[in-house]
Design a binder for this molecule. Structure first.
Ligand code: SAH
Length: 409
């Protein structure tokens, strides 16, 4: 195996279990004898050693500022049953926190660094695991991962791979980035996600991993949706950026007087309607509209419309650090528009899933929005990502979702 030697003192963060080796920390690379080129191949397993030749761990080589993502610390090679062991350990956590129940078969099984598998995401929807690789190393290992999932997770009968949007786009990638890796032979080839339902806290969702965003569903809002359910009774609710209508279904079950779901994507709106019809076939208090958030709020305000509870769950406004300033302006603008439309004593559930925007910056943007509109606002809850999106304590970068529940007077 190729060996990466670090510069003196650069082993310290690895000894504290931070899973990344930055390219600037590397002193020299000693290539495996089999190697033809003059550098490791992207995705190759490499062993990392300190300047004093101590074994630090094994990881995937990457091109870029993060040169290695460590999979196993303190060993020279991956243990034989590595994938099975890691996947089993992740499943045991989900079981221990009560996420695997007859009325809940939707959960995140692997959350990258948070489950000690940097570069890998796996969401489970009933009998199907949807796998997303964020590194070439995980792409190379996709079949081993699929086998381990099928073997270790009792409910998994199919493994679908969906990495077309997540792999580094310049990387030399062999093999398909999208498609079934394993498929239960009992399932017809023609089976489409149109017939596919998954259950979250007793609510049914059609999950479209073939055409949907990310792995097909946003598992990360489960707990925050349950909080909306608690507060929805008798309220006029607006679910802005609704996607498949997660918050809308919980609000309806919580006894909302009316729910308006809005998303710019018509496909999302079609899914919301399907989901509402499945769970609340007699509901007459739900409307779904395909519209741009800013335009919708401006138009509704012009018509004097107000709400008791608004949910704002926009896509990541900042995908990179250099976009943070603009993102903060975006958060301020959209929050100001929403706060203006909340009735006295109403609630705003507002979120940011931009990893690059931290809690304090987001809170400041929302504060600026409240001040701009001149309403008296208090924070009732500070929300975050749920238990199946754990944050590796040595890798705080894994924290990304934050939310505030505001009481608006
Ligand atoms: N709240 C959702 C997830 C939201 S993801 C859930 O619980 O599942 C963000 C959504 O914002 C996507 O569905 C995307 O289509 C939508 N979106 C992006 N830009 C938008 C815009 N300008 N106006 C309205 N919706 C937008």
């Amino acid at each position: 195996m190729t060996t990466i030697y670090l510069k003196p003192k650069k082993e310290e963060s690895l000894k504290r279990f931070h899973p990344w080796v930055f390219s600037g920390a590397i002193a020299r690379v000693v290539l495996d004898a089999k190697h033809q080129g003059d550098a490791p191949e992207e995705g190759e397993l490499v062993c990392v050693r300190s300047a004093a030749n101590e074994v630090l761990g094994v990881g995937h080589w990457q091109v870029g500022s993060i040169a290695v993502r460590i999979l196993a610390f303190g060993v020279e090679e991956l243990p034989k049953d590595f994938w099975a062991e890691r996947i089993r350990a992740a499943y045991q956590v989900r079981e221990a926190i009560g996420l695997i129940r007859p009325d809940n078969n939707t959960f995140r099984l692997i959350h990258g660094e948070g489950d000690f598998l940097p570069g890998l995401i796996v969401d489970v929807y009933a009998d199907t695991a949807v796998v997303q690789a964020h590194s070439v190393g995980m792409h190379v290992c996709r079949n081993e991962i699929a086998e381990a999932l099928m073997h270790e997770i009792p409910q998994v009968k199919n493994v679908y791979y969906k990495s077309d949007d997540t792999l580094p786009f310049k990387a030399p990638i062999e093999g398909e980035k999208v498609g079934y890796l394993l498929r239960n032979t009992g399932i017809p080839e023609s089976r489409d996600t149109e017939e596919f339902w998954s259950t979250e806290n007793g609510l049914s969702f059609r999950i479209d991993w073939l055409r949907g965003q990310k792995t097909g569903f946003f598992v990360d809002q489960r707990e925050n949706r349950a909080l909306v359910e608690r507060y929805a009774k008798g309220k006029d609710v607006l679910n802005m950026f609704c996607y498949t209508g997660g918050f809308s279904l919980y609000a309806l079950r919580g006894g909302a007087k009316s729910v308006d779901s809005v998303d710019v994507s018509q496909k999302a709106i079609d899914l919301v309607n399907v989901n509402v019809a499945k769970n609340f076939p007699k509901a007459t208090n739900h409307t779904a509209v395909a519209a741009d958030a800013f335009e919708y709020l401006t138009k509704q305000k012009g018509e004097g419309k107000t709400y008791d509870l608004i949910i704002l769950d926009p896509p990541a406004f900042a995908k990179h650090r250099d976009a943070v300033k603009n993102a903060l302006r975006g958060y301020q603008r959209i929050n100001a528009k929403a706060i203006e439309m909340i009735r006295k004593g109403g609630l705003l559930f507002t979120f940011s899933c931009s990893q690059a925007v931290d809690k304090e910056a987001f809170r400041l943007a929302v504060f600026s929005a409240a001040a701009q509109v001149g309403r008296k606002v208090r924070i009732l809850h500070q929300l975050h990502q749920p238990q199946d999106h754990p944050i590796n304590i040595y890798h705080p970068e894994g924290e990304y979702l934050k939310g505030l529940v505001l009481y608006v007077e």
